[in-house]
Design a protein around this ligand. Structure first.
Ligand SMILES: Nc1ncnc2c1ncn2[C@@H]1O[C@H](COP(=O)(O)OP(=O)(O)OP(=O)(O)O)[C@@H](O)[C@H]1O
Ligand SMILES: [Mg+2]
Length: 416
């Protein structure tokens, strides 16, 4: 079947695409310039099927990991330290053996394929540049090992350097570069290899906050323009949300949730996911589900919040039981600044701290049962520490979880 698609290709990619077509030719693609290029459908998808990693001594650090990454998709693995992100990435790269399950790249199972033959390029947190080599030689190194001709190496290095704006640094040694420049060299070294797939392991964590945000945008731009499939590991939830077409949230070697950043942000499957994405994090209130005057209420102890219609059917069997209400800071407000209905959906709360952010402010509130909940409110709301006021909850955006740190979301995804 022939499919016509429109895309903007950089020159090198088109060359590679043409090569791919010789191997498995499938589709016709029209570039912006109007040239017709044939490329392979299965170009660079990555599929992990029931992947398990058990280290020596029986420690299982990745457990039945399943993920189907589409060609040219940008997937981010995010989770707390030690949850198995790097191990997963290293298994894709071939730097770590898979204990069971399969990993396929571009339609081929690669479990037994050497890293150098997987057509991937990995960028590490440490950059791992060779200190005694110039920037040029660092970038050229992998190509030299492949016996690529000098002319081709030069063309590729110069082009990557131009894209990354480091052409003027090619003769320098890594020690004479700033962190951001070293990071670009590490990226350049990956780009020149023209890989099917980029793997990034916390590539920005050595940079200061401002540069990190800049480089984040550059990495996204770059992978878009290279049409590369990318797997990116970070423990930074903001990086994960801003970069990923899809985000995989991991904990203790287990996948918790896979979806777009907004799906996961708005519909977390459990309390862990709810608390991991978002800053300030989601607030949690432990309370009891009660029925009064023919309605269901969440009884926080110092007041009651009405259970919204969408959650009633799922929660009704739990009347009398303890449950946890989760609410994001932006779904709480004083009456004057609430952008949602304000009726009986409020608790009386005491202001314990006001932290201005400019456009908004983070206000910490306390009730007798819950000493700290943070609301993000318009900065012109004149709230003062010590003041007690009704704080309204946007019940369309609250979540109900089972009790416990990893409690499941009790409302089915379709009505969440
Ligand atoms: N070679 C090894 N032998 C035994 N255990 C290991 C080995 N490498 C990693 N681990 C363990 O596997 C678990 C997962 O490690 P991994 O490096 O994948 O975590 P991570 O999610 O990348 O964490 P971080 O955010 O800190 O980089 C950790 O408990 C770690 O101690
Ligand atoms: Mg790691």
């Amino acid at each position: 079947m022939l499919t016509i698609r429109f895309a903007l290709f950089v020159k090198s990619r088109r060359a590679r695409v043409l090569r791919g077509s010789c191997e498995r030719g499938a589709n016709i693609l029209t570039s912006r310039e109007g040239t017709i290029t044939v490329y392979s459908e299965a170009m660079a998808g990555v599929i992990l099927k029931d992947v398990v990693k058990v280290y020596e001594g029986g420690l299982k650090v990745v457990d039945r990991f399943n993920l189907d990454i589409a060609d040219r998709e940008f997937v981010v693995l995010v989770g707390p330290s030690g949850c198995g992100k790097s191990t997963t990435l290293r298994m894709i790269a071939g730097l770590e053996e898979v204990s069971s399950g399969t990993i396929s790249i571009a339609g081929r199972v690669v479990n037994d394929v050497a890293p150098k033959d997987r057509d991937i390029a990995m960028v590490f947190q440490s950059y791992a540049l060779y200190p005694h080599m110039s920037v040029y030689d660092n970038m050229a190194f992998a190509l030299k090992l492949r016996n690529t001709s000098k002319a081709v190496i030069d063309e590729k290095v110069q082009r990557a350097a131009k894209v990354l704006m480091i052409s003027h640094l090619l003769e320098r040694k890594p020690k004479a570069l700033s962190g951001g420049q070293r990071q670009r060299v590490a990226l350049g070294r990956a780009i020149v290899r023209d890989p099917k797939c980029f793997l990034f392991d916390e590539p920005l964590s050595n940079l200061d906050a401002k540069l990190r945000v800049e480089m984040r945008a550059e990495i996204k731009q770059l992978t878009l323009s290279l049409n590369a499939t990318t797997v990116y590991v970070t423990h930074d939830q903001e990086e994960a949300m801003t970069l990923g077409d899809r985000v995989v949230v991991m904990k203790d070697g287990l996948t918790q949730q896979i979806g777009s950043a907004l799906e996961i942000y708005n519909h977390p499957v459990n309390r862990f996911v709810g608390s991991f994405l978002g800053s300030p994090p989601m607030n949690f209130f432990t309370g009891q589900l009660v029925e009064a005057a023919g309605r269901l209420w969440f009884d926080e102890g110092s007041g009651k919040l009405p259970v919204p219609e969408r959650a009633r059917a799922a929660l009704r069997p739990r009347v009398g039981q303890e449950l946890v209400l989760g609410v994001r800071p932006e779904a709480m407000s004083d009456k004057a600044h609430a952008r949602f209905q304000t009726e009986d959906n409020q608790l009386s709360m005491n202001v314990t701290l006001v932290q201005p952010l400019g456009h908004k402010m983070d206000v910490s509130f306390a009730t007798a049962r819950h000493p700290r909940a943070v609301a993000q409110i318009d900065s012109n709301a004149e709230l003062r520490r010590g003041e007690t006021l009704p704080v309204f909850f946007d019940m369309a955006r609250v979540h109900f979880f089972e009790p416990g740190e990893n409690g499941q979301n009790l409302v089915p995804a379709s009505t969440r």
